[in-house]
Write a protein that binds this ligand. Structure first.
Ligand code: GLA
Length: 411
């Protein structure tokens, strides 16, 4: 009887998309994977293993160190939180040693600090690290997440068939919706299909998912960040139009403050991710992060570019000899003239800053009332400049200069 009821509910909602009203701007928070991986050795490495203690500590730091007030709100568990087997009655069980108080207690802890709670699962027989996946238990797991007061579900795609993902991911999105508990839904559906040589149906993906991965996992290196930047630039005609309020491309976590990026490179990752209207999910040890990296992650002017309510994903508008210009239309608008965030990046390695000279007009800033131009990292206000004004920026090797041009209204 119950099963029949669910089928009825599913059928009656099947003509609608996810439409959960969430993620009107790209989600912001902290996610364990890139920095803490699948470290389950709490005996020898109690401070860094995937455990309730790690998530509680990061929750406390997100609040105490100003990340929450800058907009970061999710504390998200990634892989390796589970026992290797479900309970005898088919329920997901958190590892009893590492999460002795269970998931609901952790969720309550995070909520009591004013933050939101995210969890990881996999549309497959196993998660990527080999823990139980959701196949065969979709309905139970969706309701389990709702019962745990989960606010965000990342559903990975290891150990499943990419051809079955159109049905699998959309069904699970509807199941999440049917619980009545709003949960942001992060999908890996396109990336697994792309790797299998299948062209994803992006209109379905953006209907059912609030965010989705298109490309490789980020690793702790500049090369990895550059590869992702190239992928999003080279494929922007296909990818960028799919982003908008409620549905975002996810180029993967921010690795700012870890081992692999210099200060300049970290600024570049943050600038490009904000141009891409990317989710801002830090994966870093907030106990030891250096102040200059923290300042990048808390740069409110750049966060505002990422979080611009228009939700337009920016594009690479110039690429030549290691110099790139990326541009994102943002508010305010005057008539049909946008304001813009512009990132100049220098992919060259010839040791000295490169000069880039360009008129506002060449950047697409053509309104005759002009634009108030400011530098978002250096906090310099250049005043109102006009389409014919030539600006010159000096960009450090593997670094960035990020400007905002705010369209002016006639007096
Ligand atoms: C995949 C995902 C990563 C991470 C790992 C966990 O590789 O793309 O983001 O979740 O699985 O095993």
């Amino acid at each position: 009887m119950l099963a029949a009821l669910w089928i009825l509910i599913l059928i009656s909602t099947s003509c609608y998309g996810l439409d959960n009203g969430l993620a009107k701007t790209p989600p912001m928070g902290w996610l364990s994977w890139e920095r803490f991986r699948c470290n389950t050795d709490c005996v020898n490495d109690p401070e860094n293993c995937i455990s309730e203690k790690l998530f509680q500590t990061m929750t406390d730091l997100v609040v105490a160190d100003g990340y929450a007030s800058a907009g970061y709100e999710f504390i998200n568990i990634d892989d390796c939180w589970l026992e290797k087997h479900r309970s005898h009655d088919g329920k997901l069980l958190a590892d009893r040693q590492r999460f002795p108080n269970g998931i609901k207690a952790l969720s309550d802890y995070i909520h009591s600090r004013g933050l939101k709670f995210g969890i990881y699962e996999d549309y497959g027989n196993f998660t990527c690290a080999g823990y139980p996946g959701i196949i065969g238990y979709e309905q139970e797991d969706a309701f389990q997440f709702a019962e745990w007061n989960v606010d965000y579900v990342k559903l990975d795609g290891c150990y499943s068939l990419p051809l079955e993902m159109d049905l699998g991911y959309s069904t699970f999105g509807k199941l999440l919706n049917s619980t009545g508990k709003p949960m942001v839904y992060s999908c890996s559906w396109p990336v697994y299909q792309i790797y299998a040589g299948i062209q994803p149906n992006f209109s379905a993906v953006k209907t059912y998912c609030n965010l989705w991965r298109n490309y490789d996992d980020i690793q702790d290196s500049w090369t990895s960040v550059e590869n992702i930047i190239d992928y999003y630039g080279n494929n922007q005609d296909l990818i960028a139009p799919n982003a908008g309020p409620g549905h975002w491309n996810d180029p993967d976590m921010l690795i700012i403050g870890n081992f692999g990026l210099s200060y300049e490179q970290a600024k570049t990752q943050f600038a490009i991710w904000s141009i891409l209207a990317a989710p801002l999910l830090m994966s870093v040890d907030l106990r030891t992060i250096r102040p200059q990296f923290k300042r990048i992650l808390q740069n409110r002017k750049i966060i505002a570019v990422d979080q611009d309510p228009l939700g337009i994903q920016g594009r690479r508008i110039y690429k030549h000899k290691g110099i790139e210009i990326w541009s994102k239309p943002i508010g305010p608008l005057y008539e049909n003239f946008y304001s813009y965030a512009i990132a100049f990046i220098n992919r060259r390695s010839d040791g000295t800053p490169s000069d880039i000279s360009v008129t506002l007009k060449e950047l697409g800033l053509i309104n005759f009332n002009g634009y108030r131009v400011e530098d978002l990292y250096e906090n310099v206000d250049y005043g109102v400049l006009y389409p014919n004004t030539k600006i010159k920026v000096k960009v450090n090797p593997s670094g960035v200069v990020m400007l905002k041009g705010e369209v002016q209204f006639p007096n």
